[in-house]
Design a protein around this ligand. Sequence first.
Ligand SMILES: Cc1ncc(COP(=O)(O)O)c(C=O)c1O
Length: 462
Amino acid sequence: MPVSNQTQQLRVDDFNHYLHPFSDMLSINNKGARIIVKGDGCYIWDSENNKIFDAMSGLWCVNLGYGQKSLIDAATEQLNTLAFYNSFFQTANTPAIELSKAIASVAPDGFNRVFFTNSGSEANDTMIRMVRRYWDIKGQSSKKIIISRWNAYHGSTMGGASLSGMKYMHEQGDLPIPGIVHIAQPYQLENGLPNETETDFALRAANWLEEKILELGAQNVAAFVGEPVQGAGGVIIPPSGYWLRIQEICKKYDILLVADEVICGFGRLGYWFASQHPHININPDLIIIAKGLTSGYIPMGGVIVHDKVSEVLVHQGGDFNHGFTYSGHPVAANVGVATIKYIKEQKLLQHLQQNIIPYFATKFAQLNNHPLVGDAQSIGLVAGLVLYQDKQQKKHFAKDLHVDNICREFCFNNGVVMRGVGNRMIIAPPLVMNQTQVDEIISKIVLSLDNLFDSLKVKGIV
Ligand SMILES: Cc1ncc(COP(=O)(O)O)c(C=O)c1O
């Protein structure tokens, strides 16, 4: 379809000047980028005025939807009052103090202090430095290694990308950096044995951590980090019992447990933090946050630190030689305060647990009836499904067919954002959607899956 002159010009300027993250600019140029110009509630509009349901909440972040007035007011007021001041050199600003207190009020017991960053990646880099510093202060300087998992995503900085278990990222730039190692992910469809029960798999997968610790020597291991539910890896929901066993192992070998809740935090699973969700149910030592903290309105991340660690850093550590110009940025912090206030005042978590999550779970699971779909599952408001070429045989499509990208395009054209990750399609819709909008997402996905099926049938692929 021909596009307007304005869109055409924007695409030319985009290609000539703007390097996109995680993108092949040449291939973008062949089709032209979709330019998003407006957002309202759960919807976005592109420069051709197509209205699209944003079922990825931006990039797992615009949890409270677009145009949320209290967040906009919080930013505007703070810009007018004090647009910036740093927190170095014995200074602080009011919103950063208020936000740390507000976070402590909703975090699990024993989490009373926060270190602020601008992003989830920086928060993970901060975590690496912080846990190593912690063990240094404790006189156990050999405890340096951080164990993560293959197919995890923890960010794109040198530290974040190293913690991430994406081989295609490691291939560029000589990663991982030293001192970071990986174990296999708890994804039963990929790593399970024939006829293995979920419980058996959970135990076996968690025990890979113990095996790795024994191989490295517990005296050399500082921490284990994991996303309670892997997001960018394809919404991999861990088997029941996995996290309990991981926690046991960390305790047994005196290794810090880090929950990367950049996606899961601030209500995505219907709890303030995924660590509090009955399926996960852990007491980590550090929690990594970003995204939903400000509903994506202004960049902000951080590390929430349990007293066990923060008391050592604060009372025995002296200077922690780490920080960012914008750590505790007052405008971002004020939006964070407004985000937490909104979730509390609207009783959003109770509403999600009672009215939205169970409804969404039932509707999303019905996608399993589609001939291309298997293993459609959700937890809270993150969900994923597998596209099968042959559902009975659980046969995947060949990688070079890029079926996920084709499916994503059909979704966009039918007015819903869905992301493709290899053979998986995933969504993370805004927490403010209602039941009618759940129906809208599902019917648009079904239509897109039908379009995909028809297009593959014409080519003789299914
Ligand atoms: C679990 C997790 N950790 C860290 C990050 C990195 O956050 P950022 O992109 O803000 O640096 C992401 C981003 O998607 C994430 O999903």
